[in-house]
Write a protein that binds this ligand. Sequence first.
Ligand SMILES: Cc1cc2nc3c(=O)[nH]c(=O)nc-3n(C[C@H](O)[C@H](O)[C@H](O)COP(=O)(O)OP(=O)(O)OC[C@H]3O[C@@H](n4cnc5c(N)ncnc54)[C@H](O)[C@@H]3O)c2cc1C
Length: 569
Amino acid sequence: MKVVIIGGGTAGIGVATGLRRQDENAEIVVLEKSDEFAVARPGLTDYLSGKITDAEQLQGATIEQMAEIFKIAVKPGHEVVNLDRKKKQLIIEGHEPETYDKLVLATGALTLRPDIPGILGDNIFTISNFRSVQKIRDYYLGTGAQKVLILGGGEIGIATAEACQKLGAKVTVIEAQSHILPYFDEDMTALLQNHLRDSGIKLFTNTLVTRFDEDTADLDNGSTIDYDLAIICTGVKPDVKLPVMADLDLGVSGGLWVNSFLQTNDKDIYACGDNIEVVSLVTGEAFRWPSAALSLKEARVVAANLAGKNREFSPIAGTSLVRAAGYYAVLCGASEHDLQSLGIGYRCVHLLQKDHDCYLPGGNQMILKLLFTPEGKILGAQGIGKSGIDKRIDVIAEIIRKGGTYLDLLEAEIAYGPEDAAAKDAVNNLGALAAGVVNGETRYVYINTLDWCKVGNEIMLIDTRSPQLFKAGHIAHAVNIPLKTLRDNLGSIPRDRQVVLYCGHGYGAYNAYCLLNQRGYDNVYLLSGSMDLYMEIMLNEIYNEHAAESMEEVWNRLQYANDDDITVQ
Ligand SMILES: Cc1cc2nc3c(=O)[nH]c(=O)nc-3n(C[C@H](O)[C@H](O)[C@H](O)COP(=O)(O)OP(=O)(O)OC[C@H]3O[C@@H](n4cnc5c(N)ncnc54)[C@H](O)[C@@H]3O)c2cc1C
């Protein structure tokens, strides 16, 4: 059997080596259009920043090693320009045609350059492979460039921004959407945006570049910014040129359609990697999820099927991890935005908790958000923090994959040691918060949807922290009734209008809620995420509106009070 693989990237090389491990006799040929193959693309930003100095560290294997160790013929500089399915023949630019018994399309994705006047300038780059990064480094170091403009605040844009900052550049990120990292929800990215800005990166959201000139870019808000070098990170789209020419089916999302065996509608043609669409096990929808890790999982399934094993690829939860400004943003499953746009009913809780036991000094706060059906089936989770986030989200991703509920979160066994986890771990606590919602015991309001104009009149906002903390700063128009004086002050709490409780990170307010609930208050709600999340969201909003202002001005504009509201002792 002769297997030809088009594309020598993550998926293509994964299929080739995986197949060889299962079939010593297959003839395996990899055709790659560029002069690069088996490059670890997620490491490209580390090469850009200078963290990786030797490009060979990013290279999986050489052509010679592929031939000697795996008996695989890798042919760089071989671009397949057409495919004759009847003859099972590939037309290759500048080379003899190649025939196949089984074909694998692993052509990846194309980097997009939006149609903006001036975008093809010599100092405007994209980042897709080793050569493209080398060009950026050469230009930056060779011209003494200082100001780098990144167009697009997705995962690659943010990783690239951080890499450029490490190189010493002054970095500006322009994002067209309301927030960076579009897989995440806006309330969760607020904290990351604040930290990116604090780290010195200028960030404009809800902003479009309308024109590039040699060293300035016009923005749709009427302003102009200077730049020496721009990097376009506005996303990728599946490279489906060959399948379209060969009349293979595309899916609803624009990726190549494959069945659960990763076969196209031609049984002799398989496909894997960023060019295909996959199915979300949360929403049941076909979608695209470009990821090196996912591409390798798909490659393993294709290799097994080529070797005659009937292996299926399951729908995915979808996981994503980005590191920026010393923080991790990690996600699994659907976002609130996804659920809203698909009309899927959901409930939501936020949890703010340290990444290790609270009695130890130090530790970093994690902000986690859990989405679940009204009956408690887990739909998605997102987390932002300096450490411990990936561990929690990975556990929740597996629970989503098994179709689990809040009960599975409550029962999840998290390895515990005081330095690295909490005895009441965040995963278990998320389960407990969700249980309260599902059972109708806990009611929440949300920072983004609460009608703040009504606070102080129709809505009573109670801060349950100590008078000292309240005096130091609280949400405007709040009344301070400290948790420990609550039982003595029940007369101050109305039963005929909405009462919303908050504290710093939610724990004190939750205890106050339980107390009032047992006293028959059915008009009491918790502010999900409490004051810590409120502060991040408000800071971010002000930053968004006044992106160029100083931190001091931002604080002055914050809807935040220090001594003008009431404390009930
Ligand atoms: C800067 C950067 C950072 C990233 N970081 C992460 C990360 O942190 N985590 C993560 O999961 N993913 C990350 N990714 C994405 C990840 O690299 C991709 O999802 C993965 O490489 C997809 O593998 P693939 O084989 O489908 O495509 P690719 O690896 O892109 O390989 C496709 C190959 O096909 C070749 N090809 C295309 N058409 C033809 C043709 N007609 N003939 C011959 N050859 C052809 C292309 O030249 C290319 O080499 C990152 C990507 C980039 C660019």
